[in-house]
Design a protein around this ligand. Sequence first.
Ligand code: MN
Length: 267
Amino acid sequence: MYIRRMGESVPVKRLNIGNGIATFIGDTHGALDISSYAVMKSVESDLVCFLGDIVDRGEHQLLNLLFLLESSIISTKIIIIRGNHESPSMNSYYGFKQELVRLGLYDILYKEIVELYGVLPYACLVNDRVLGVHGGIPRDCMSLDDWDGLPMGDEVPSDPCAFEILWNDPSEILAGFEPGVRGEGTYLFGKDAFSSFMKENNLDLLVRGHQVKAEGVESMFRNRLVTVFSSKYHGGKAGILEVEFRPKVVFTAQTVTGQETGLPFLQ
Ligand SMILES: [Mn+2]
């Protein structure tokens, strides 16, 4: 039902918002109040991009997913890209399958949810200058033109580039790529790899989630990469990143707590 309503499925969602404001929300992991707050804030933004990892871990995983799907269908300003937790293997270990079983909805809903993971974009590109992904840059797809050819519809990304976009992490102490600590097929990317990628694709800023940050938002690589983490279930603050195109790209970090969202029914 949702897939039919979600429209065209593309690996890289390209958007042009002129001299507007794009808001990026990192991993929410079932934090429905943070997601609701961000969607409400979308009236002040020209785009709100959720960087994946919508389910697993938190209190309202299914509601969070359905709320964001509905919001993205109703409003073209709201988009969701895929995280590494939009995957059945992760959902087995980190709580989403268990939540669906507990609600008595597993048999009814899970097959369609998994199909839906396969149509979520791997990246969003705003004004050709700011790229949003869940994890990071992959070793063997240094041109965004290659990303446009990534296969869609996979339960778990079969293409190594697609997999790494969801899983890789930055490292300021490395130059190139090194195997990551998250398991087979995951990599860390260092400053030279990052610089090459940004130059090759003429980008100003890369925004990604995937790593817990105590302050919710953290920048690296001389402010050209920002990690945003927006779940309240990891002990840190929930980050929100606003990127203004003035037309120079300027970003501002904010944080919010569950209490501050003004949605007490979800506390
Ligand atoms: Mn993640």
